[in-house]
Design a protein around this ligand. Sequence first.
Ligand code: KG4
Ligand code: ZN
Length: 339
Amino acid sequence: MIILGIETSCDETGVAIFDEEKGLLAHQLYSQIKLHADYGGVVPELASRDHVKKTIPLIKAALADANLTSDDIDGIAYTAGPGLVGALLVGATIGRSLAYAWDVPAVPVHHMEGHLLAPMLEDNAPAFPFVALLVSGGHTMMVDVKKIGEYRILGESVDDAAGEAFDKTAKLMGLDYPGGPLLSKLAEKGTKGRFVFPRPMTNRPGMDFSFSGLKTFAANTVRANDNDEQTRADIAYAFQEAVVDTLTIKCKRALKETGYKRLVIAGGVSANTSLRKELEATMKKVGGEVFYPRTEFCTDNGAMIAYAGMQRLKSGEKSDLSVTAKPRWPIDQLEPVNS
Ligand code: KG4
Ligand code: ZN
């Protein structure tokens, strides 16, 4: 079975072709970062228009890369939500229409399930069950993953997502959009201990998160100090340390509650080296293992959508001719995949 995956939920157009036997055959990605940079964030209407321009050329390029034609495609997976509704509608309409024209099934994929399953594209894929920490620009969630589609949310952010907190803090420090990776780079030169930020919601039980206070704390620290390069790096360090520490504390709780020894981190912030290091050290201590996607598949991409769609199509999931776009779509509403 060969699946074409299409991702257009936010500011990246991603297309990939996944073969059940041979694995990933091709993947194409176009990032709209430059388009939105002047505005300091994603402008939904511009995002939709750009997906309209890029999706079909990327599909053609992916087919050419894989040395395939449309006749070789057995199904199409497209991101149906959550995300920006206009952006979602582009990929959904193109995916559903091509599937109709090529006479193959189309499957609407949950974007966060795509992120959650992205580590499955690696050689060292985790076995089920595991705890998944999903940390992206739009969502922060701790999930008990029993199998594909059987998700229990253990905790989630009550305000900003982890990536959003990185981006907002980076913005107030004058860094370009999306600031997460830039802030993390700045933190590399920071001094430990000069500033100490709070670890939100760690002094009460549970696995929910709150990151908006950290952004305010960063704003106040910036205002109260000089703006030299070392001070900026020290503030970035303290912010990142607080986020990483908070996420680690919640992961430990999730592992304790579930009794699992496997931890998956996925979504844009899982590319953060400091977070990876800290969770690796933590898992080593408890005799467990942490799994994450290769860096390019931490952020949005078509490969994770093709993979997730393949699992659902293989299990016999069918969808009608409707074009599905759900800006809000809780992950625990998904149906378990028959295996
Ligand atoms: O998963 P993703 O591509 O998009 C959503 O589904 O939201 O995640 C993008 C987010 C952005 O907020 C970006 O700043 C953040 O991931 N990010 C990082 C790093 N790389 C990407 N945050 C911290 N450190 C990084 N290295
Ligand atoms: Zn994403």
